[in-house]
Structures are given as C-alpha cells and as structure tokens.
Ligand binder design. Structure first.
Ligand code: R1P
Ligand code: MN
Ligand code: MN
Length: 406
C-alpha cells in the first residue's frame, strides 16, 4: 500500500527566500515573526490563546529545524525537540509569482516560468476598455472599487453603495487577480458567479491568473461578512501536473478545499469542499479512509492565508496553527504502512509585514509516515521536488522539473 497525503498550509512560509529582496520582502518570515510576537506576549488574545507558540507535533516533524535551515535562526520561544520523526527540510520557489496557483502548480511539479499580468497599484487598476467590456457583456451599470485593496476593507467601504446601485465591487492585489465582491442576496450569488465567468474570458488577454468571486452577506458596513461561497476561476496550468499524471495512470486524485479551483479542475477525480480549517481536516481524515492504494489526497488549508495572513492577525494565525497542530496525532493514528504525509506551504503571508499581500519566503516540507526514516534533505531549490517525491512514492514516471526528496 502506497498512498500520499499532501497538505498545503496556505501561506505558512518560514522566511529566508534567496530572492525575497526582488519582491520587497527581505526579512519577511511568517513562522519566525509569529513565534517572535508570541514569545514577546504580542500573540495573546483574551479567550483565544496566549503565550509562546505551541506547536509540539509540527516541531517533532522538523518544523523548527526546517526554519533554521531556511533562515539560519531558530524561531523564538518554540522548543527544539530532541528527536525529529520524519524527513524534513525547506524549499525555495522558482516560479516568478508569490501567488497561490504558482505555489501549488510548482508543488505539483509544474513551475510557472512566465510572468503573469498584474494591474497597477496607482490610479485606476483596470483599463477603461476592460471595464467597458465587463459592463456591456456582464450587463452591469458600472463597477465600484477599481484599485488594490484588502477584501474585508473594501466591502466595508463600498458595500452599502453596492447594495443601492447594484454595481459590483472590483479590486485586485499584488497577485495576478481580478476579484469581484457582491452581496449574496441583493446582487445574487448565481449572478456573481456568472459575471465572474464573463470576466474570466475578458481578462485572458491581460494574462490574469485568477478571477475570484467574493460573495458577502450583512446589511451595513458594520456587519458585512464574506461567506464560504468564494469561487476561484483559474487559467489552466501551463503543463500537465502530478494530478494529470496520476489520473493518466488510473489513480484517484482526491482534491479537498480550494485544490479543485486552483487547478481549474484539471486532474481532479474527486472533489470535496469544506468551509474552515477544521472542516477541511475532517474531510481529509474521511478521504484517508476512502483512498485506495496509489491515490493522492491533496488538501489546501486556506484559513491561515485568507483569515489571518492577509488580515495581518498574529494571534489569529498563531491560534490556527496551534489548532492544526493539535489534529496531527489523529491523522497519524489513521495512517497505514506505506502511507506518506507531506505538510508544506505555497508562499508566505507574514502577518507582521507591511501591507496586506503575500510575502516571498521559503516553505517547510515535513514528510512522515510509518515507513519513513528520520533525516533532513536540506534545502530544496524548487517546490517541484515535492511533486516528484509524491510521483516516486506512488510509483509513476518522473517529471521534468524536480527529483524525489526521498
Ligand atoms: O484581501 P482578500 O480579498 O482576502 O484578497 C486576497 O486573496 C487573494 C487571493 O488569494 C489575494 O490576491 C489577496 O488579494
Ligand atoms: Mn496561497
Ligand atoms: Mn492569499
């Protein structure tokens, strides 16, 4: 029995990217800074958590050691375990963007070697001819926003006007994204998803990676809340990924959470959606019961990024990491001989950093399972080695962009 479980902790970087300076992110370190803030008492929140960051299970799998490999420093206040169980190390990204599709596709063996299109940070983000085409083909009277923004801020700012006028709120970020926020009832969820499909077609010419539907509910600026009905419309990966390669070999790819959307549903055999990290963990445990010999279970844990990294919320991020860590023994108990779990991340989103965007960082790669011996592989020079490790473990032909780490 050889099965693989690939869990992406969305945005859980560990600093030290060799090209961080080119992204304006020199010194960004999601794990290191959360640990530092928690050790200094700046990660406390009444009723949520307090004290130094407590990640005993991921530490035992080599997280602290991987962080030291990535940055040369030990994270503050996180005890160094005497023994590490599993194969661990850090990985650098070769793709040119620090976005979710680039990170996931590279993890799946397919780095993104071209430049995405981006919308400008100054002035109107979207060219007038694009806005005009969206209004005409999407049958809307105009758009609100039209700039770089944090999604929660922009719905507070424009949500009431949106409900009055029916104009959707359109915004972007330093990622290659066109995001559309609209009220689930007053605008309508189906209408929002339809509009996103129109926009998806129109932004192909601008080489934009994703159009994202951001539905929200509430009746005033004080209580607008985004719902779990977010939907991402991605372009196809530039080459077949490990998902396609597994499907061709007759294997089942269980995609949990955002994975289906991130891969534009290509190479996905079974799709499970769930709202929130704990529900995603439950769905992953259920897939462990179902997965057959040779299958891959691939889960994205989005809360780290969406609810805490982009919101620059250190106590929230720390609590989410601690909650995830506490579930690992439950996962470990369910593993069968020949199973391999890989915990990793797609980019950073340091909650102590300026702005609200992702940060260019190395990521941890923590691999464990009943038959894996403990050791470090050091620093991998591409996330693609992760996908090739899965390929080798599951016994399919190797790909072109990486080599198995075990
Ligand atoms: O601020 P919100 O709407 O969460 O947006 C964030 O989510 C997008 C997609 O992950 C990123 O590009 C970033 O802009
Ligand atoms: Mn991401
Ligand atoms: Mn993000």
């Amino acid at each position: 029995m050889a099965r693989a479980f690939l869990f992406v902790l969305d945005s859980f970087g560990i600093g030290g990217a060799p090209d961080a300076e080119a992204f304006g992110d020199l010194g960004a370190d999601t794990f290191g800074h959360i640990a530092e803030f928690c050790a200094a008492g700046a990660g406390d929140r009444a009723g949520l958590r307090e004290g130094p960051l407590h990640l005993p299970n991921m530490s035992a799998l080599g997280l602290v050691h991987a962080a030291r490999l990535a940055t040369g420093r030990l994270p503050a206040g996180v005890p160094v375990p005497e023994r590490v169980y599993g194969v661990y190390g850090a990985a650098s990204e070769v793709s040119r963007g620090k976005d979710t599709p680039s990170g996931h596709w590279e993890i799946a063996g397919t780095p993104v070697k071209f430049d995405w299109g981006y919308f400008p940070a100054e002035g109107d983000a979207f060219p007038p001819e694009l806005v005009e085409a969206i209004c005409r083909e999407g049958d809307i009277a105009g758009i609100l926003g039209n700039g770089h923004a944090s999604g929660t801020d922009i719905i507070a700012r424009h949500g009431e006007e949106h409900m009055l006028t029916g104009k959707p709120i359109c915004y972007t970020s330093s990622d290659s994204v066109f995001q559309i926020a609209a009220h689930e009832q007053s605008f309508g969820l189906g209408r929002l998803l339809g509009l996103c499909q129109v926009v998806r077609r129109l932004v192909d010419a601008y080489n934009i990676g994703r159009v994202i539907a951001r539905p929200f509910v509430g009746d005033n600026a004080g209580n607008f809340t985004r719902t779990g009905n977010r939907r991402d419309y991605s372009v196809l990966p530039p080459e077949p990924t490990i998902l396609d390669r597994l499907m061709e070999a007759g294997r089942t790819v269980h995609a949990i959470g955002k994975i289906g959307d991130i891969f534009a549903h290509q190479g996905v055999t079974r799709l499970t959606k769930a709202n929130g990290n704990m529900a995603l963990f439950d769905a992953s445990l259920a897939a462990i019961e179902e997965a057959a010999d040779g299958d891959l279970v691939f889960t994205n844990f989005v809360d780290f990024d969406m609810l805490y990294g982009h919101r620059r919320d250190v106590p929230g991020y720390a609590a989410a990491l601690e909650a995830f860590d506490a579930r690992l023994p439950d996962l470990d108990r369910r593993l069968k001989p020949g199973d391999m779990v890989i915990l990793t991340a797609d980019h950073g989103c340091d909650p102590t950093w300026r702005g609200t965007d992702h940060t260019r960082e190395r990521v941890p790669v923590l691999m464990f399972g009943p038959s894996l011996r403990s050791r470090s592989f050091g620093i991998a020079n591409s996330f693609a080695h992760i996908g090739e490790t899965v390929a080798r473990h599951l016994g399919i032909a190797p790909g072109a962009h990486g080599r198995s780490l075990i």
